[in-house]
Write a protein that binds this ligand. Structure first.
Ligand code: KE4
Length: 430
């Protein structure tokens, strides 16, 4: 069973002549699984349709934003309404205030918030703010976590950097990373040691409170709480990068789900409802250090633009009104159980992790708790699984080091089809 991908393959050759690797983000490049990316014509609910006429059940959802599925009617209507009065003014609008008020209401740690245009901008700005607010230079990140392509954070990074084998990219002067301390996720003792030695020089810890970029990796009990205590004790800021987990693992994100309150939070993906939006926020006392109220500079031409705000507001309002989270948790549990069962029956070494509607099936017999373990994933086997599922109409993230996402409009039939496909594929690749 093989998808007809003729038009995609032809178009991809054309794209590759004028776009590096034919893609505008390497995470889409199929580098780790081989072959050419599908060229997508449209998205509808839980499905993608490519230019060869194939319909696929989508478990990427644009790498997280589409928790309500593609083209949610309320989100589309809000965008269309916003377009009637303009696209961007470079001046304040009421929509930005409404968005900020809603984020402050929903996210426990946020008293003030600044809109930007991507998750990368959000994390870059949050780290600059932490350094500016504390007057300290050193930052702690964890191997395998990905916080966008910020110079100081593109060190042992996850996602596409890990997938394509460049966790620490060329082109970044040592001056940008000499103050970046990279530790092991879920290793609280190691963090304690570093703070004991140089805690007073540390501006912040930044982490994914549930990791999505070395596959889905769950914080061990006490890890997040321990980081909170260390930061409080040493006057460092705790930054939760919730670009992926925000409004995903709970309405209020991982900080609501795990009951740990960071000093700063970065947001993206879902917050824009599919439009380019990022944000960072936290305690007013910290956020007031940001220009123009404070000296730490950050700016952006299209930050808070009304079309993206309208899209994001419709998304967040609908999530708040409909509370899809319990149902998402259940349907995702059913899916993950089915995938585990398929691997078990085929005798394939595997493990899995799930938080809310994000999950990863690892071709790795160990529980994946850190980059060291995730690096042992059987990526060759994953590539065979990926194409086997694709050829059966199931569109998975093109890397073992990514999380999968279920939306509120995936049906039980979609889940059953996916599990049935997995049984066939696992038998094939065993
Ligand atoms: P963007 O700059 O791509 O909007 O956000 C960067 C970012 C920051 N923090 C976390 C936790 C993230 O997951 C991301 C981006 N995630 C990847 C997928 N794992 C985006 C996909 C891509 O790079 O094309």
């Amino acid at each position: 069973m093989t998808l007809n991908r003729t038009k995609s393959q032809t178009h991809f050759q054309r794209a590759s002549k004028v776009i590096p690797g034919g893609v505008n983000s390497p995470a889409r490049a199929f580098g780790a699984v081989g072959g050419e990316p599908l060229i997508i014509e449209r998205g509808e609910g839980a499905y993608l349709h490519d230019i060869d006429g194939n319909q696929l059940i989508d478990y990427i959802g644009s790498w997280g934003p589409h928790i309500l599925g593609h083209r949610d009617p309320e989100v589309i209507a809000a965008i269309e309404e916003a377009l009637k009065v303009g696209t961007s003014f470079g001046a304040p609008t009421t929509l930005e205030t409404e968005m900020a008020e809603l984020i402050v209401e929903i996210v426990p740690s946020i008293e003030k918030v600044r809109m930007v245009n991507s998750g990368t901008e959000a994390t870059m700005s949050a780290v600059r703010l932490a350094r500016g607010h504390t007057g300290r230079d050193k930052i702690i990140k964890f191997a395998g976590c990905y916080h966008g392509h910020v110079d100081s954070l593109l060190v042992q990074a996850g996602s596409g950097a890990l997938t394509l084998g460049t966790p620490s990219s060329p082109g970044i002067p040592v001056g940008c990373t000499q103050d970046t301390i990279v530790l092991e996720y879920n290793n609280l003792d190691q963090c304690r040691q570093v703070f004991a030695q140089e805690g007073e020089q540390i501006a912040c810890i930044i982490l994914e409170p549930v990791v999505g970029n070395m596959g889905c990796v769950i914080p061990q009990p006490g890890f997040l709480e321990g980081l909170r205590e260390l930061c409080t004790e040493h006057g460092a800021l705790l930054i939760f990068d919730e670009v992926m987990t925000g409004f995903r693992v709970a309405l209020g994100g991982a900080q609501e789900r795990f009951g740990v309150t960071p000093d700063l939070t970065t947001l993206g993906k879902i917050i824009g409802g599919g439009m380019p939006v990022g944000a960072y926020g936290g305690k007013a006392e910290v956020m007031d250090s940001i220009s123009p109220t404070g000296p730490v500079y950050q700016a952006g031409t299209l930050s808070g633009n009304p079309v993206a705000m309208a899209s994001g507001l419709a998304m967040l309002r609908k999530l708040k009104a409909t509370n899809p989270y319990p149902a998402l948790e259940e349907i995702t549990k059913t899916l993950v159980a089915g995938l585990n069962d398929a691997a078990e029956q085929a005798g394939l070494p595997h493990s899995s992790s799930q938080v809310g509607s994000m999950f990863t099936l690892f071709f790795n017999p160990e529980e994946v708790t850190s980059y060291t373990v995730s690096a042992k994933n059987n990526t060759e086997r994953f590539a065979k699984y990926f194409w086997g599922m694709m050829n059966r109409g199931v569109y998975l993230p093109c890397s073992q080091y990514e999380a999968n996402f279920v939306s509120a409009v995936h049906t039980n039939e979609d889940i059953e089809k996916t599990i049935a496909a997995a049984h066939e594929v696992m038998q094939e690749i065993a």
